[in-house]
Design a protein around this ligand. Structure first.
Ligand SMILES: Cc1cc2nc3c(=O)[nH]c(=O)nc-3n(C[C@H](O)[C@H](O)[C@H](O)COP(=O)(O)OP(=O)(O)OC[C@H]3O[C@@H](n4cnc5c(N)ncnc54)[C@H](O)[C@@H]3O)c2cc1C
Length: 58
C-alpha cells in the first residue's frame, strides 16, 4: 500500500478538466504541491479521450 504525502491542492480525475486545473494551479502557484489522482492507468481515457475537440488528431 502506498501512503499519500501532503499536498496543497488535490485534484481527483485526470480528464481535460482535472489536467487543466492542475496546470493552471502550477502556473499560478509554482511553489505549491499539486497532486492529481487518476483511477485509470492513464489520463484522458474517458470522455476527454473520446471527444474529438480534445483528442489529438494525427
Ligand atoms: C464522444 C464525445 C464527444 C464529445 N464532444 C464534445 C464537443 O464537441 N464539445 C465539447 O465541449 N464537449 C464534448 N464532449 C464532452 C467532453 O468530452 C467532456 O465534457 C469532457 O471531456 C469532460 O472532461 P472531464 O475532465 O470533466 O471528465 P473525464 O474526461 O471523464 O475525466 C474524469 C476523470 O476522472 C477519473 N475518475 C473518476 N472517478 C475517479 C475517482 N474516484 N478517483 C480517481 N479518478 C477518478 C476518470 O477515470 C476520468 O479520467 C464529448 C464527449 C464525448 C464522449
Amino acid at each position: 500500500m502506498r501512503t499519500a504525502g501532503t499536498a496543497d491542492f488535490l485534484i481527483i480525475g485526470g480528464g481535460v478538466i482535472g489536467l487543466t486545473i492542475a496546470l493552471e494551479l502550477k502556473r499560478r502557484h509554482p511553489e505549491a504541491a499539486v497532486t492529481l489522482i487518476e483511477k485509470e492507468n492513464d489520463c484522458g481515457v474517458h470522455a476527454s479521450g473520446r471527444d474529438s475537440t480534445t483528442r489529438p488528431t494525427r
